[in-house]
Design a protein around this ligand. Structure first.
Ligand code: FPP
Ligand code: MG
Length: 302
């Protein structure tokens, strides 16, 4: 069986251990997606019993965090599929998230203590990052540093922890892999933020420019805000924040992002982080393979 299919099987086995009919039913509605974190672990640690368990644990934590995130964001879809909070209700999504999360932790406690510590710490950061995201979305955030801290916590920390833990399993250089995972994670979130602007709503499975409508001032908007020299333009952008956007307003934002080069510079920043990730593991025997993960993530459709 293909490696990622085995991760799904492992997660199903963990859930079956709970002997809970509802959890087994809900498992079928989880949208797993690309399983980037599992892929990363296998590329670093190879495929074996422990790396398979670690991958299942990390993917369960990730899935749990998205169940909660969809409640927080009031999202009706996840990866083009109806989200569990929409199909059932918020209570079901929250509790199934807790079930996945606690089962993953009971398995994590049986692994190496250093790994358990790294992953548990990353989950604290994830939760803090999500809270920062909620706070930052309350008003127009024009601080790049706060944005960066938030995406590190919310997204990069678990990718960093995956790379670090896999390096421990494979007895590789932990620091190099931590840096690789961190930069990969930051680039990944920035690309996600960019795709929200460049992709059409059908491809995204959600309305275009949704981030800004929901109060998320992501990197392209930050760059745009910094570069709008005309005070009137700055005001226009600030006034569009957190409002449903008409077609002509969407066009205004997109045009300004082109002319100010806010968009292309955001893409370049994500690429630069990707290169830094590559640089961190350049002396590894499978550097080429690890570099391909970065490419696959960064060269998603702009
Ligand atoms: C997606 O962000 C959200 C995350 C990557 C992390 C969410 C973390 C938590 C809810 C806390 C952790 C909780 C548990 C139970 C482990 P997004 O809304 O920017 O991305 P999206 O477009 O994919 O929804
Ligand atoms: Mg969300």
């Amino acid at each position: 069986m293909e490696e990622l299919a085995q991760v799904k099987e492992k997660i199903k086995d963990f859930i079956l251990e709970l002997e809970d009919k509802k959890s087994i039913e809900l498992f079928d509605y989880l949208a797993f997606g690309k399983m980037l974190r599992a892929k990363l672990i296998f590329k670093i640690a190879g495929f074996n019993k422990t790396s398979l368990e670690l991958s299942a644990i990390i993917e369960m934590i990730h899935a749990a965090s998205l169940l909660h995130d969809d409640v927080i964001d009031e999202a009706n879809t996840r990866r083009g599929q109806e989200s569990i909070n929409s199909k059932y209700d918020n209570k079901t999504a929250i509790m199934f998230g807790d079930i996945l999360y606690s089962k993953a932790f009971s398995k994590l406690a049986l692994l190496n203590q250093e790994i358990a510590n790294i992953v548990a710490n990353a989950v604290s950061l994830l939760s803090m990052g999500e809270l920062q995201d909620v706070e930052l979305s309350k008003k127009f955030n024009n601080s790049y540093d706060l944005y960066l801290e938030m995406i590190y916590n919310k997204t990069a920390s678990l990718i960093e922890a995956s790379a670090k833990s896999a390096a421990i399993l494979a007895k590789k250089n932990i620091q190099n892999f931590a840096l690789y995972g961190k930069n990969l994670g930051l680039a990944f979130q920035m690309i996600d933020d960019i795709l929200d602007i460049t992709q059409d709503s059908q491809t995204l499975g959600k309305p275009a420019l949704l981030d800004f409508v929901e109060g998320k001032v992501t990197v392209p908007y930050l760059f745009l805000w910094q570069r709008l020299e005309d005070k009137e333009d700055k005001k226009i952008l600030e006034n569009l924040f957190k409002k449903p956007l008409e077609q002509k307003e969407q066009t205004w934002i997109k045009q300004k992002m082109q002319t100010s080069k806010a968009l292309v510079d955001s893409i370049n920043l994500a690429k630069k982080l990707g290169l830094e990730a590559k640089e961190a593991i350049k002396d590894e025997p499978n550097a080429k393979d690890l570099g391909e993960i970065i490419l696959a993530m960064i060269d998603r459709d702009f």
